[in-house]
Write a protein that binds this ligand. Sequence first.
Ligand SMILES: [Zn+2]
Length: 365
Amino acid sequence: MAALVSERDREVLRGMMPELLSVLYGVSDLGRSFRCPSPDHDDSDPSAHYYARDCSVHCFGCGRTWDAFDLVGMHDGIDGFHEKAEAVAAYAGYRLEGSGGDSAPRRKPKPRPLFEFPKAAGAEDISDACVEAFGALYEPENEVGRRFLRWRGLDDADAARFGLGFARDPKAIMPQFRVYEPEALGYIVIPFWNRGFTEARYCMARTISRGALRNKEWRPKGVASPLYNEWMLSDALPVVYVTEGLIDAMALAKVTGKHVMALGGIGNAKRFAQVLYHTTARLRPSKVMVCMDEDAEGRKAAAKMASDLKEIGVRHVVLPPYPGGAKDADEWLCSMRGDAWDYEEIRQFGGDTCPLYVTRWRDGR
Ligand SMILES: [Zn+2]
């Protein structure tokens, strides 16, 4: 039996907008603008506001205005007023006056957080195989691996520091790899180690080749990718740098001596926000330096991440162009090959100061 909606119900439900915004969209601070609730509006720079005088929401981006009933109607795809009223009541935990008794089945609230809970990522622990791969890097017949790393600006000390490895076939490290790379001389194994290097549940494989490449980076099939050094998002660190690529993360860690993690592809920017959002505030980094590549895609990802970080409430800086016009951190590192830098301050980043230091470059050759 449909519940009756009295005039009083209607007024009470209209006033439930703050609860709705919180439950449906994770908006807790009504004093700040938030992302437009309309799914048709890709509102990267939050432009929706709450108006307490009439309990409405207005978006300055697309010009739409909603009251509580409109909002729930759009969210749940419901049309009729009674259905909307019941839905608002259910989300807000309010019992309609007109419903009398407790016979009416109550719709279960479906809270939808601002950022979904991150998917389980990685597979079984592969740390033993990764330790073996590290050893394999130093076998004379695998010299091509160390040569590849040195070419990317990473020496033996870096290989040890980041726990890299070498494999003839990535399948030996993680059975989920399906690699077909006829020209490959081998693969650099980049394990996703935990903080203490005791566990790795994922790795990427970079093809080493002199010939034509099908794919320079391989991932295990059917396994969701965690972020590289994802643990840095929940270790109460003062500053964490985030790059796009894994090698960039290593290069930047080497250049700055700071904590650097990587998305492992722009597609993982979403996971970055999800993990951060679902991490206890006191364990999040105090500040995040967003260091995407210097190209259109990288700049777009950086803007999205900055907006997510703002929403989550983490201080952040988007790194301005790298020195010397480098496309990414690794190119920057490589451009310094042969120079001796010794904790020289290169530049400071406007407003929110974060000096970058370059450590002495030790050429492994
Ligand atoms: Zn809008």
